[in-house]
Ligand binder design. Structure first.
Ligand SMILES: [Zn+2]
Length: 278
């Protein structure tokens, strides 16, 4: 054992001497020509004193920076993967808080949700972004998705039409696996609740998704054009059991007033007109 250890130590290559390096006359140690700290240390092992290589300060810093760069690269690659998996609609990539024009007062709740994400996650607390068509609900939801993904939080943003489409070609075992896969995402965002088909089958699947989220205590954000009153008092039991779960975990945030999409369309038209008249 000892022999083996000694042989290993003997095999450690000695510190490389660069042209600018010097030898400290007092200690005999090799000194780095760049940072002027030792590249060697004196160690007594099994009664014998040896000169072993060590990391001078600039080398330590270089390795530290290299490791930090590697970790940063890994973090960015992870975010890239999360985005590719979680934001399936590539148009959503453009929806970020820095594009918010500050006109929509409801956006402050979206920002706060991101700021308080650890507490929201802990409580399984979601949001119900409700209001008329074109009031900025999808924009707000996508901003949240984006901001949390940037913090390496796995987020999936999808809609029930897509989920139902995927399910329709699957056997029941695969269906369960597919539905369970949503729980790999810390946050599930479902855009446009209420536009999916109203068949018994569709409602059953919507309920399964919502209920599975409810059981696992994971947050869910839902956007819907349906009025809150309708969610609170739906006409039938199939809808009631879905909406009850949603309302229990998702804080309603009203998006109202200005029709942003119409505004954008008007702006686009003027822009188009300007370009055409140029
Ligand atoms: Zn050095």
């Amino acid at each position: 054992m000892r022999d083996e250890l000694e042989r290993m130590i003997d095999n450690i290559p000695s510190a490389t001497r660069e042209p600018e390096d010097t030898t400290d006359p007092a200690t005999g140690l090799l000194i780095c020509g760049k940072c002027h700290t030792p590249k060697q240390c004196r160690v007594t092992l099994f009664g014998t004193e040896r000169l072993l290589p060590c990391l001078c300060q600039c080398e330590q810093e270089r390795l530290k920076a290299q490791e930090a760069a590697r970790q940063e690269q890994e973090r960015l690659a992870k975010i890239h993967r999360l985005k590719a998996n979680g934001l399936q609609d590539k148009a959503l990539f453009a929806y970020t808080f820095d594009r918010d024009d500050g006109q929509n007062p409801a956006m402050k709740y979206a920002r706060r949700y991101v700021e308080h994400w650890p507490e929201m996650k802990e409580r399984g607390q979601g949001l119900l972004l409700w209001g008329g068509v074109g009031t900025g609900k999808t924009f707000a939801a996508a901003c949240i998705a984006h901001a949390l993904t940037e913090q390496s939080v796995p987020v999936l943003m999808t809609n029930f039409s897509k989920i139902l489409n995927s399910l329709s070609g699957m056997f029941s075992e695969d269906r369960n696996k597919y539905l369970a896969s949503f729980n790999h995402f810390s946050l599930l965002i479902i855009d446009d609740l209420g536009i999916e088909r109203n068949s018994e089958y569709a409602l059953e699947q919507v309920y399964n998704v919502v209920y599975s989220r409810y059981l696992s205590r994971l947050p869910l954000i839902i956007t819907t054009n349906l009025p809150l009153a309708e969610l609170q008092a739906p006409g039938d039991l199939a809808h009631a059991r879905i909406y009850d779960r949603v309302l229990e975990r998702c804080t309603p945030v009203c998006f109202s007033g200005k029709n942003y999409r119409k505004d954008n369309a008007a702006a686009n038209k003027t822009e188009a007109a300007r370009l055409l008249n140029e």
